[in-house]
Design a protein around this ligand. Structure first.
Ligand code: NAD
Ligand code: UDP
Length: 311
């Protein structure tokens, strides 16, 4: 059956891959995006498809469309961009969730929230299972994003309990791949662009902090599996690659794979930067039969290839 699917943030990094995949599977896709961090270039190749529509829309305003499924991805994801206008970031998460949940309530659509590992803050438990409630600073520079996403989860579960809205909540851990914005300051895109340009590789802090990096194709596969999962399974469910690396190891890997002469330089660690992060993905494995299949080296190879056009 051809589902009518709304993807907010569909012109962004993850959203554009999701639009592409859902169109390939024969769905009717509406992409709503205000193009803050996303770009028409990410979806240009989809524009001629009669089953694809782009709407320039800000999710802090209500949207009236008739759809069967909603993927709510609209929100800047990189620290540089979400801290650019932090009040707007919280509005996007909170008003955006309310508007999209209202739409789901009216249309009866199933709705998936792109939540984040940031709901765990700087975690005291390692690795992080879904039942861990997190350690989040409510007044720091990352709070607009972390707390915004936490309130969005609250709204999802309250609309589910109060209005029986059919919800799915996904906690995404660091994901990378082609179509990341080259200027968005996230670590994978930064290191690759710096290496390709022969500029210094900027490690914040001593580089011992860890992250677990998931390739975009794996993540999109998991996102669709969650949307299609059995009725009543709401999550929250962690999705990410449980292989953990220090930021220093990532820098070394990018240097080796690009063959760059760039040197590593150390810069101050930004406030509230989590020291470690790695998902427990047992729930996704058992409930969705999902796990990542693409190793860091393989994913980096494809991502490096993509970024060559920007240097
Ligand atoms: P991205 O910045 O590339 O995409 C976000 C998209 O949302 C952009 O196209 C942007 O223009 C759009 N947007 C922002 N504010 C909007 C608004 N008010 N109205 C309409 N559109 C708006 O980032 P991404 O990595 O593709 O992230 C997509 C979603 O996944 C985000 O909600 C993010 O919080 C979540 N997420 C991503 C990661 C990751 O590692 N990539 C990790 C955790 C969570
Ligand atoms: N980081 C870094 N150099 C950079 C960009 C980021 O060392 O040029 C570090 C950052 O301090 C953090 C990690 O890499 O510890 C991941 O940062 P990113 O912004 O990609 O995501 P997040 O902190 O939200 O996981």
């Amino acid at each position: 059956m051809r589902n009518r699917v709304l993807i907010t943030g569909g012109a962004g990094f993850l959203g554009s891959h999701l639009c592409e995949r859902l169109l390939k599977e024969g769905n009717d896709v509406i992409c709503a995006d205000n193009l803050f961090t996303g770009s028409k270039d990410n979806i240009r190749h989809l524009m001629g498809n009669p089953y694809f529509e782009f709407i320039r829309h800000d999710v802090t305003n209500p949207l009236f469309v008739e759809v069967d499924q909603i993927y709510n991805l609209a929100c800047p994801a990189s620290p540089v961009h979400y801290q650019y206008n932090p009040i707007k970031t919280t509005k996007t998460s909170v008003y955006g969730a309310m508007n999209m949940l209202g739409l789901a309530k009216r249309t009866g659509a199933r709705i998936l929230q792109a939540s984040t590992s940031e709901v765990y803050g700087d975690p005291e438990i390692h690795p992080q299972p879904e039942h861990y409630r997190g350690c989040v600073n409510p007044i720091g520079i990352r709070s607009c994003y972390d707390e915004g996403k936490r309130v969005a989860e609250t709204l999802f579960f309250d609309y589910h309990r109060q209005h029986k809205v059919d919800i799915k909540v996904m906690r995404i851990f660091n994901t990378y791949g082609p179509r990341m914005n080259p200027n968005d300051g996230r670590v994978v895109s930064n290191f690759i662009v710096q290496a390709l340009k022969g500029h210094p590789i900027t490690i914040y802090g001593d580089g011992h902090q860890t992250r677990s990096f998931c390739y975009v194709d794996d993540l999109v596969e998991g996102m669709i599996k969650l949307m299609e999962s059995r009725e009543g399974f709401t999550g929250p469910v962690n999705m990410g690659n449980p292989e953990e690396f220090t930021i220093k190891e990532l820098a070394t890997q990018v240097i080796a794979m690009t063959g760059t002469k760039s040197e590593i330089v150390y810069k101050p660690l930004p406030g509230d930067d989590p020291m470690q992060r790695k998902p427990v993905i047992t729930l996704a494995r058992e409930e969705l039969l999902w796990e990542p299949t693409i190793e860091l080296k393989e994913g980096l190879k494809k991502t490096i290839e993509y970024f060559k056009q920007f240097v």
